[in-house]
Design a protein around this ligand. Structure first.
Ligand SMILES: NCc1cccc(Nc2n[nH]c3ncnc(Nc4cccc(O)c4)c23)c1
Length: 232
């Protein structure tokens, strides 16, 4: 998160850190007791290894009462996701067991009504992604508020040049923005998860490249079908 500030500990009890060998790789969030939603692109440099999911955390390193690392039983990237574009950039992770819910571990509802969030709506996004252009990684969760920008503005030739589909949305990226390691985290508007951070052009903090999110509502049926079909 660039241009943001340290979050209040455990006020975002749905936040997940997707880790490999104890290293934060991507964000994610709890959508059901045994399920975390994130971004498919997060599996790109993992050469087939399965994530571990840290829940109940504010600090990535310090001991905290409700912090717990969960094993992942299975990972389900959206079948339409691919490395060449941002389409269908969603990843469902089934935890090895149901997460123990408490003050620091809670589920976040996601939007099921497929209607665009109005431009200028101020939403918030949090993550353990880099907090400087030089790539400094925080130990604590950071957050930032960002206004939604219309798809027409985001698709302008000088911005994302008509690559933003009706299953994506954008927020202004002037100075305050998402960055490396924030992918997979939720864009929360009025207490509901409306989008999932996708890296897009990977640029951070440049107003000419607004932040891009996969809208969740268009994928509600896919999410429900994967959760219903998986065992347990
Ligand atoms: N703002 C959109 C967005 C959301 C999520 C991730 C991303 N960026 C990135 N995702 N993956 C990456 N691998 C390497 N570098 C990256 N961006 C980067 C790093 C240092 C300085 C800088 O200006 C940009 C990214 C960008």
């Amino acid at each position: 998160i660039l241009g943001g500030y340290e979050a209040k500990p455990h006020l975002r009890p749905y936040m997940a850190s997707l880790q490999l060998d104890g290293q934060h790789v991507c964000g994610g969030f709890l959508i059901a007791e045994q399920w975390v939603l994130s971004a498919a692109h997060c599996t790109e440099e993992t050469d087939g290894r399965v994530f571990q999911v840290l829940l109940g955390a504010h600090s990535l390193t310090e001991p905290e009462p409700h912090k717990r690392l969960y094993q992942v039983r299975a990972q389900f990237p959206h079948p339409g996701s691919n490395i060449h574009n941002n389409k269908d950039d969603l990843l469902l992770l089934q935890l090895e067991e149901k997460a123990e819910l408490n003050a620091a571990v809670q589920v976040l509802p996601f939007q099921r009504e497929d209607r665009d969030v109005a431009a200028d709506t101020v939403c918030d996004v949090a993550g353990w992604g880099t907090i400087t252009h030089s790539g400094r990684r925080p130990d604590k969760l950071y957050q930032v508020e960002r206004p939604v920008i219309s798809r027409d503005v985001c698709n302008h030739r000088t911005r994302h040049d008509h690559t933003i589909t009706e299953k994506m949305m954008c927020t202004d990226s002037r100075r305050r923005d998402t960055c490396k390691g924030d992918s997979g985290g939720p864009l929360v508007c009025n207490g509901v998860a409306e989008g999932v951070v996708t890296a897009g052009s990977r640029v951070c903090g440049n107003y000419k490249k607004p932040a891009i999110y996969t809208r969740i509502a268009p994928y509600a049926a896919w999410i429900d079908s994967v959760m219903a079909s998986a065992d347990g």
